[in-house]
Design a protein around this ligand. Structure first.
Ligand code: AGP
Length: 610
């Protein structure tokens, strides 16, 4: 996934372009570039690596003062990260920035070469810009919107494009197919961006460009047409985020800020859905019969969102006794899944733009399944296409490694589990109200854990040279351990895997030797003894064990090396608390290993390509 920005107005465009790219760097950071129409020519400046490389390069050049420009920060798909492959790409007369993939770029490239075009990069984007050039300059009427319409008719794949035509020095053009793109409305200036944080400093007013809509943007006006040229009146939305939410707020990293925001995020997500002490989804119009009569549920997502689904499966099955399947979205969509129209499919996504999850949702929708989306970004593609949307009010999650989004996804799934169980008579009123009240207590539990995190930092400091790590648990603890393991992997680059504690002895225990890091999670009272014997199995083989357990666990001497105890919490809800020390452990491991916590290598915040 990449970040796109564009500006047209009375001010020089470069300051917004760089500022906007900074806010979008979490979307990809292999390289960055800008293009500005300067004295009738399109000036392009780009650089491999982080945005600072581009900023430093610009300082060595004659200042660009043009008031119409586009910018891009890249997560490489076609062509390695390099100066020549970075965006913007240009034909010198037309220049674009692109987020997404042009699937049929090689056949289009062959066509363009036959028309005399040459190519300098390995990217699919360069093919798109030269196709635009071809349709614009090889057409006597030379209408940019016409050229865009002809071009997108030929393109297969998903994309968002910011476009400059040399012949239109005061106009910005934009078009999208699936990959997100918004239009920002300022006072005498207008913007495009891949996401809201890029424009918050300048305006909160924005519209979402819909698939195959083409925008023509000048300083004092925005015109949008469909791919057939019919005018479209766009709804103007008001961003519900403030600038401060999109900044670090004094924390050293977005990830740490977002870990600390979890209590507030949970309250913001839970409170609107609890009435008279019970979970209530009337605002989202989720009919009780839909839940009461569902013979089964299916959960789909990617990465952390899918991990939330795994805990959700355990919670719903344990409480409501409804069978739940959980699938990785990229597997689900090619698995010819067994679905029935009366079985709701719960689609989980922080960004609401993950392509694999969108495709899985559309497949399920095509088979008549009701779609319940659990999404954090308002107005995102998944939110707009689902039948029911449960927004998680966590605010913008900027760090690539998801933390607060996972917690609010879990909380929403727990609310669903309690409602489902109560509707189906699996639990009575008192138990439903007790669990709901306990759920509302979780933010206070997290606050206690956040009072002092130095102990976790100290524990992490003793494991930072581990070559690998195993996260073990049983039942809900095993379900949760999968997210704990991903957190460590994706930001500290230490290989780790999560394992059902009872399964280790069936093979993997052969990997346990002196010094191997084992993170053991034991919060379920009924399984404590079993867990302690599994810990003994790894301990006797030389493992170093970091245990996260209940406040009242009686731990045999010498069983573990380090321990974090949770404040009192119902076993059933324990994952909502356990995740916090696991997030902090991963955070401090990455920090102490000198890794880039907010922008881990090779990753991007939301993967809008396959
Ligand atoms: C989580 O830490 C990762 N950044 C990644 O696994 C992420 O959860 C996944 O790409 C799904 O993103 P989404 O929730 O925006 O759909």
């Amino acid at each position: 996934m990449c970040g796109i920005v564009g500006y047209v107005g009375a001010q020089p465009s470069v300051p917004f372009l760089l500022d906007g790219l900074k806010k979008l760097e979490y979307r990809g950071y292999d390289s960055a570039g800008i293009a500005v129409i300067e004295n009738g020519e399109i000036e392009v400046v780009k650089a491999k690596g982080r945005l600072t490389n581009l900023e430093n390069k610009l300082k060595t050049l004659k200042p660009l003062t043009g008031c119409c420009g586009i910018g891009h920060t890249r997560w490489a798909t076609h062509g390695e990260p390099s100066d020549v492959n970075s965006h913007p790409h240009t034909s010198s007369r037309v220049t674009i920035v692109h987020n997404g993939i042009i699937e049929n770029y090689s056949e289009l490239k062959t066509f363009l070469i036959s028309k005399g075009y040459t190519f300098v990069s390995e990217t699919d984007t360069e093919v798109a810009v030269k196709l635009l050039d071809h349709y614009y300059y090889n057409d006597p009427i030379k209408d940019p919107v016409e050229a865009i319409m002809k071009t997108i008719k030929q393109l297969r794949g998903y994309y968002a494009l910011g476009i400059l035509f040399k012949d239109y020095p005061d106009t910005l053009f934009a078009v999208r197919r699936e990959s997100p793109l918004i239009i920002g409305y300022g006072d005498g200036e207008n913007f495009i961006a891949s996401d809201v944080p890029a424009i918050l400093k300048y305006t909160k007013k924005y519209s979402l460009l819909d698939t195959d809509e083409i925008a023509t943007i000048t300083a004092d006006g925005v015109k949008v047409v469909t791919h057939l040229g019919f005018p479209v009146e766009k709804e103007i939305l008001e961003a519900n985020w403030d600038l401060e939410s999109a900044e670090k707020g004094g924390f050293p990293h977005f990830m740490l800020k977002e870990i600390h925001e979890q209590p507030k995020a949970l309250l913001n997500t839970l409170n609107p859905r609890i009435k008279d002490g019970m979970p209530d989804f009337s605002a989202e119009k989720i009919e009780d019969d839909l839940l009461r009569n569902a013979p089964a549920l299916h959960i789909v997502g990617c990465g952390t969102a899918m991990h939330a689904g795994i805990v959700g499966k355990y919670a719903i099955e344990q409480l409501a006794r409804v069978p739940v399947t959980v699938d990785i979205a990229s597997e689900f969509r090619y698995a010819n899944p067994i679905l029935h129209p009366n079985e709701p499919v719960i689609v989980i996504s922080q960004s609401g733009e993950t392509l694999d999850t969108i495709a899985a949702m559309r497949l399920a929708k095509g088979q008549g399944c009701p779609i319940i989306a659990i999404v954090n970004v308002v107005g995102s593609t998944i939110a707009r296409e689902a039948d029911y949307v449960l927004y998680t009010w966590a605010g913008p999650e900027i760090a690539v490694a998801s933390t607060k989004a996972y917690s609010v996804q879990l909380a929403t799934l727990y609310l669903l589990a309690i409602r489902l169980a109560w509707l189906r008579g699996a639990i009575d009123d008192p138990r439903a109200k007790e669990l709901t009240a306990d759920l509302l207590e979780v933010p206070a539990v997290l606050d206690k854990l956040l009072v002092n995190t130095d102990n976790i930092k100290h524990i992490a400091s003793t494991y930072i040279n581990s070559q690998s790590a195993f996260y073990i648990g049983r039942s809900l603890d095993f379900a949760l351990s999968q997210e704990g393991s991903l957190k460590l992997k994706e930001i500290s680059y230490i290989h780790s895997e999560s394992y059902a504690a009872g399964e280790l002895k069936h093979g993997t225990i052969s990997l346990i030797e002196d010094g191997v890091c084992v993170v053991a999670i034991a919060t379920q009272e009924r399984l404590l003894e079993k867990m302690f014997s599994n810990i003994k199995e790894v301990k006797t083989r030389g493992a170093r064990v970091f245990l996260i357990t209940r406040s009242d666990s009686i731990i045999p001497d010498g069983l573990v090396d380090d321990v974090v105890r949770l404040p009192d919490i119902d076993d059933f809800l324990a994952p909502l608390a356990t995740i916090l020390p696991l997030q902090l452990f991963a955070y401090y491991m990455a920090l102490l290993r000198g890794c880039d916590v907010d922008k881990p290598r090779n990753l991007a915040k939301s993967v809008t390509v396959e």
